[in-house]
Design a protein around this ligand. Sequence first.
Ligand code: GAL
Length: 419
Amino acid sequence: MLLKRVSSALSLVTVGAILLTACGTDAPTATAVPAAPATTAPTMAATAAPPVVATDPAVPTMTATTAPVMAATIAPTTAATSTTGTTGAMTGGKIAILLPETKTARYESQDLPLFKAKLTALGFDVEKNLIYSNANQDASAQQQQAEAALTNGAKVLVLDPVDSAAAGAIADAAKAKGVPVISYDRLIKGSDAVSYYISFDNEQVGKLQGQSLLDALKGKTNPTVVMINGSPTDNNATLFKKGAHSVLDGKVNIAKEYDTPDWSPDKAQGEMQQALTALGNKVDGVLAANDGTGGGAIAAMKAAGVTPLPPVTGQDAELAAIQRILVGEQYMTIYKAIKPEAEQAAQLAFTLLGGKTPDAGMVSSKVANGKIDVPSILLNPVAVTKATVASTVVKDGFWKASDICTSEYAKACTDAGVK
Ligand code: GAL
């Protein structure tokens, strides 16, 4: 049953992706755009973001197909108090965290280490009781990893789905075993078995990207824009795209638009090559949904000899993207403070493992997933341009100046006040 439901959802999406990838859309011609307010949004992370965490060597990245599930015996520990006086005493279960990708840096360099650090701080023994898998962009592998985690004693499932629709079946299977599911960063759709959802305001991400691009295109009439969206199976990509269109439509000429399978930077590079060929290299701006796809688009334009490079957007504030922004190769990125996201997910999982209910104050929103209104925590994204690198990602400690300002970027750092 679970396999049948996942494969039918998958085949539908794949067909859609192929269709979408192939067609160009011609938006109505644009009029000159009013300048948007400078996006020097204050840094938003509640707590100082962590130093950059290198990928945790102790945590093997799981290959898609035969992901062994790390399981171990339970070591009951009396953890530090979590919410509402919960002692956090273990109920003898394990927590499983299932992440979607290896092609995008954040999951193994930020989400996982931060999640583990918070659980450890709460007194949870991550070496013994944390089950971790990475689906390597493969939804059916994720389904297998979820089944294995449930079989191996997971009592709480934290799931960042490769395929938001297909993941509904995973949540249903967990519910059948009495295991609560936390939808992490991406919404699990079409299931009433989702206990909580934690993410950012993802439509706002798209709006900030669209507005930043309009700012960069100010003064250009009917600018030609190429849109490189994210994976068609990722509900976030749908929201980013919706937010960007809500700002750009009618103001620019979206000459080519793509949905990028697997959020793959290489596929994004190929899409941009196609667009450059079709448009004779005449591109005024690129709305790229994240730094990975933005980096692919920039590589394609460099290879095609496009100079100067037009403004390109991004997301995730990856180190390479911040460096590109400082030297003017990328125009902006979206900073999402992953620390509060990963830590609150860990807190939720730990509280649920203890058979408790999170503080009402913690879960302040509701998001409809097509079946129920899921109790949710939505965090704020922040737009970052050269002018705000210092006051956002550096101020929060997401990156240290020493990480960014390697010899190649030292002068650009000085010019941008990054120190
Ligand atoms: C999204 C996520 C982004 C982005 C992308 C690719 O769901 O919110 O931060 O990186 O996936 O993994």
